[in-house]
Design a binder for this molecule. Structure first.
Ligand SMILES: [Zn+2]
Length: 297
């Protein structure tokens, strides 16, 4: 009698559990299809009670799905780069720059520097077509910066845009206001690049002496580092004239050589890269369009 009672008890327990086990998969499958996880894992899972119950706690299974790391193309488009100088009688680069800043904002362009890209090399692949560089050449350490160039710098600061200044170091004297401003700009993310010690056409200088090229670059690097506390990694070529011995420039600690023509793409695997720039063309709108065609953004 005792064994019979035990068997009846077991039978009752099973009959009590069975309906729940049969209902569970139906409701769980419904819950699974409502969850927006379009992965292969969901479709290949056997529709048993156990897997249906497991699938209600999706977080652990999702983290197990292998992800493929994206491989970035080492050949990059050079970010469109605008080459500016101080205003003159023929061209009001201050008014031009103000119009251009408005265009950059309208097009949601991210204004960066060469150094920033050097420190964040993937950005030219990830933010392709959204980056922009502005350079202002011929800032002399020794002489007070032109009042309208100071206004150009202020317009960029007001916009929250950093820029690259091509600095000619020349004499041993440094104007103290220039030194203070360049240090302040450098500290706030601007880039102070060398534009050589005496604004020398390096391509021509190289024909005469490789030592002349080395002095023009390294003396200038020393002087700028003394002022800003940061040794430049960017050389803005006077007159855009490139040298033949690029290795010699690389050994001086330069990564970016900035000219004018060509250099629309570069290879991140190279130890030193040449990039080109575009000067202003009649007005901001036409220049922007020209740069879109050249740099492909
Ligand atoms: Zn120059």
């Amino acid at each position: 009698m005792c064994r019979t009672a035990f068997l009846i008890l077991i039978a009752l327990l099973f009959s009590a559990c069975t309906p729940i086990a049969q209902v569970a998969p139906i409701s769980d499958m419904g819950a699974g299809t409502d969850t927006p996880t379009p992965t292969a894992l969901w479709t290949v899972m056997p529709q048993s009670t156990v897997t249906a119950v497991l699938s209600r706690t999706p977080a652990p299974t999702r983290t197990k799905i292998p992800t493929i790391a994206p491989t970035l193309d080492p050949i990059r488009n050079t970010p469109p780069t605008l080459m500016l100088h101080r205003p003159n009688l023929k061209f009001d680069s201050l008014a031009f720059l103000k119009d251009f800043i408005a265009l950059l904002k309208l097009n949601n362009m991210q204004v960066v520097t060469y150094r920033y890209i050097y420190e964040h090399p993937d950005i030219t692949a990830i933010e392709k077509g959204k980056l922009f560089i502005i350079t202002i050449d011929d800032i002399f350490l020794a002489y007070p910066i032109d009042k309208r160039v100071l206004e150009m710098i202020q317009a960029l600061r007001d916009a929250g845009f950093p820029a690259v200044l091509g600095v000619v170091t020349e004499t041993a004297y440094v104007d103290p206001r220039n030194a203070a401003l360049l240090r302040e700009l450098s500290d706030s993310g601007w880039e102070i690049a060398t534009h050589t010690d005496n604004h020398v056409n390096l391509g021509r200088a190289e024909e005469a002496s490789s030592k002349l090229v080395r002095n023009e670059v390294t003396i200038s690097l020393d002087k700028i580092e003394k002022v800003t506390g940061v040794r430049p990694i960017t050389l803005v070529l006077p007159e855009g004239n490139m040298v033949n011995n690029v290795n010699a420039i690389q050994q001086m600690g330069i990564y970016w050589i900035v000219g004018i023509s060509d250099g629309n793409t570069y290879d991140v695997r190279d130890p030193i890269v040449y990039v080109g720039r575009e000067g202003p063309y009649t007005n901001a709108g036409r220049t922007f369009k020209l740069m879109q065609d050249r740099f492909g953004f």
